[in-house]
Design a protein around this ligand. Structure first.
Ligand code: MOS
Length: 719
């Protein structure tokens, strides 16, 4: 690839540093559990030890008598929340399933479900008192293993989950070369470093301040306002920093509503921090999903038919869906395509979106299957992908706004040294280790929503930008500062981006890789509007970069501001917009122990123009590591005899550590997409992970000749 400059080098050296980096590394950044209040109460849950049934009796006396205890809350004494009333029986969720509601009745729906909440004057006293709660249950039979509940699989409701057909999907059966296989992705748990935490402080009978770990302060505000039937503005939500979330803070969970209720009951500010175990059983997970891919192709590698079927896990009481099979509809040019998506219930808590939701699971299957087909055809897997390259969106016939996947293949192949890949698996050895190369692609919608930003030029010359977005650690403040610096034409040091406060102008929840495009557009538009306002103030012939401090002073203004709402153009709907990634890895597998070492990683992203090179690189590196964890380590293990996690901690739930990760090279195609937004950026949070697990699985096959279709690829599976 002929480049004017080494794109890697640019990623390291260009762009501003994390605007909140100093706050984070010095401990000055305040996370939700750190907003301590005077006279604070602490809540701790007692959790169900059975998986399914009803509480026959619950003895709270000893807990109530324990030192420092202020209140013990169970279904027997919990007040009805006004917003929970959905008709005659307030304990019944809306028809068609709904979120769990704590303390509304005596039913237990999953192991670890809170059955009581103890509030005390210290965390330790609350923890001790919670251990004194004694519940007896009427147990019912249960099933937590989705593979045993496939007879209950059903087609769900939800967006883009219906069966899809293009041409005759069964055509694959008539092909010259046929391939069919099943793939399994187990339960994976987000496990951000920061535990879920909420502090609730009622400042009046109908007013509450909340500090909560959330990906969206406005959505948390809405959820709490709804549950307590309060005007939205009476619920103040502050989330200045989030220590990782990966999707598990996208919704308001029942423990948060319970904490707000408990604070009201004890008339004190109240803090609740979940245990690591509850991170496993109470705030969602990537669902255990079974997939089947069937492909037909001509001998020279033209796809003639493709079917992608998936069954994902949901809970018994609520339907969770994700776009597991959707990538197969448009990733490759193929005239005959079918997708089928089902969910099967288990007696667990409800799954939720986890980084690259749906697509990460789907891409493991599709990108493994394409690699398997390439092997069957005796063809290079990149060559096979190029032969089926979709130049327009095969699902809807629309042109892609931008698609530089070909360039991404080329750049990554070049960088990793793809030419060194042995064409025959299991033939390259180095120092007693088998060496292999693999690649896998990722794709995710380049979404953009609507956001409002207030831009204020202050008397001291600082440009203040305000919106209610949160930053889950990805560097939103930094990217917004970079966008504003370019749009307004002043150095980043003179820009302050304020976020994480529900009283600021609205922004959507941070998720789905859409925030840089969404909020960035509003920042961009607000900057241009404010510049324009200054020009009008100065009159014709004003300098492009006036001395803002002087202008304000001359005009006797304390400040000048605009508030701008920015939404996608209707023009954008004429196009299909996606971000793409291609992950390349080199692995070494030890033939005697089955240990896999990832020895080289090159991740290439076609995510439009890069707004903030340093934080963008960090995003790709983090996602790549997440993908390696998915490939080799991550698995939430439930002992299905008891319905309980056996590895609900960071000792038993393995994620990569530094020693597992080599130097990761990130490459950005860095070509703008002005259909998506005025900066030309496309999202990258999800594509950083999507496709990586297949790349690792494909590399392991190339190294060993062993194909593992069930994640994680632990050493035992290679023996
Ligand atoms: Mo992400 S799963 O949109 O937090």
């Amino acid at each position: 690839m002929k480049q004017q400059q080494d794109p890697n080098k640019a990623a390291y050296t260009e762009g501003i540093s994390r605007v909140d980096g100093r706050l984070k590394v010095t401990g000055a950044a305040k996370y939700s559990a750190e907003y301590n209040q005077g006279n604070m109460a602490y809540a701790v849950f007692a959790n169900s030890t059975i998986t399914k049934g009803t509480i026959k009796a619950i003895d709270t006396k000893a807990a109530e008598r324990a030192p420092g205890v202020l209140k013990v809350i169970t279904y027997q004494n919990a007040p009805e929340l006004p917003g929970y009333q959905t008709g005659k029986d307030p304990s019944k969720p809306p028809a068609g399933g709904g979120p769990l509601r704590l303390f509304v009745d005596n039913t237990v729906k999953y192991n670890g479900q809170p059955v009581a909440m103890v509030v005390a004057d210290s965390f330790e006293r609350a923890t001790y008192a919670a251990s004194l709660i004694k519940a007896t249950y009427a147990e019912e039979s249960f099933q937590t293993d989705v593979t045993k509940n496939l007879d209950k699989a059903r087609r769900p409701g939800g967006v883009r989950t219906e069966d899809y057909k293009r041409g005759n999907p069964d055509e694959w059966k008539n092909a010259e070369v046929k391939f069919e296989a099943e793939y399994v992705v187990p339960i994976e748990v987000h496990n951000p470093m920061e535990l879920h935490a909420i502090i609730a402080n009622w400042t009046a009978d109908d007013k509450v301040e909340v500090y909560a770990k959330t990906q969206g302060v406005k959505s948390t505000q809405n959820a709490i306002a709804q549950a307590f039937k309060l005007p939205k503005e009476n619920v103040q939500v502050t989330t200045k920093f989030v220590g990782g979330a990966f999707g598990n803070a996208l919704r308001t969970w029942p423990h948060e509503t319970a904490a707000v209720m408990a604070a009201k009951l004890v008339k004190r500010p109240l803090k609740l921090v979940l245990t690591r175990e509850m991170q496993f059983n109470s705030v969602g997970y990537r669902p255990h999903t079974l997939q089947k891919i069937s492909i037909g192709a001509t001998k020279d590698g033209k796809l003639t038919g493709l079917i992608h079927e998936a069954t994902g896990q949901t809970s018994s009481f609520e339907e969770f869906t994700e776009g597991t099979v959707n990538m197969s509809r448009f990733m490759y040019a193929c005239p005959n395509v079918g997708t089928i998506y089902k969910v099967a219930p288990t007696d667990t808590n409800t799954p939720t979106w986890m980084r690259g939701p749906g697509e990460a699971t789907g891409a493991f299957a599709l990108e493994s299957a394409i690699d398997e087909l390439a092997h069957q055809l005796d063809m290079d897997p990149i060559e096979l992908r190029l032969r089926n390259y979709a130049e327009t969106d095969p699902e809807n016939g629309k042109p892609f706004s931008t698609k530089f996947l070909k360039e991404a293949y080329e750049m990554g192949a070049d960088k990793i040294g793809w030419k060194n890949r042995p064409s025959k698996p299991g033939t390259l050895k180095e120092d007693g280790w088998l060496v292999g190369y693999g690649m896998g692609s990722g794709v995710f919608g380049a979404h953009r929503g609507s956001a409002t930003v207030k831009a204020t030029m202050q008397a001291n010359g600082t440009l203040l930008l305000q919106t209610a977005v949160t930053d889950i650690g990805v560097g939103t403040g930094t990217a917004m500062t970079a966008i504003a610096s370019e749009a307004f034409g002043i150095p980043s040091e003179r820009i302050k981006f304020e976020l994480g406060d529900s009283s600021l102008p609205p922004s959507p929840t941070q998720g789905g890789s859409a925030i840089t495009a969404t909020v960035g557009s509003a920042v961009h538009d607000a900057c241009l509007a404010l510049k324009e306002k200054f020009q009008q103030l100065i009159g014709n012939g004003g300098a492009d970069q006036p001395d803002y401090v002087k202008v304000l002073k001359d005009k006797g203004l304390p400040q000048l501001d605009v508030t701008i709402t920015s939404s996608p153009s209707s023009e954008a709907r004429k196009y299909s917009s996606y971000s793409y990634s291609v992950h390349f890895v080199q692995v070494k597998v030890h033939p005697a122990t089955g240990v896999t070492r990832v020895t080289k990683v090159v991740s290439v992203a076609d995510s439009g123009k890069i707004a903030s090179p340093k934080t963008a690189r960090s995003q790709i590196v983090g996602g790549a590591i997440g993908g390696i964890g998915m490939a080799l380590m991550e698995e939430g293990v439930i002992d299905h005899r008891y319905g309980r996690y056996v590895n609900a901690d960071l000792a038993g739930y393995h994620v990569p550590v530094h020693a597992d990760i080599p130097q990761i090279d990130t490459i950005f195609v860095n070509k703008p997409d002005f259909v998506v937004d005025p900066m030309g950026v496309k999202g990258m949070g999800e594509i950083a992970l999507i496709g990586m697990s297949a790349a690792v699985a494909n590399a392991i096959f190339n190294a060993t000749g062993k194909r593992v279709r069930e994640l994680p690829i632990t050493p035992d599976k290679l023996m």
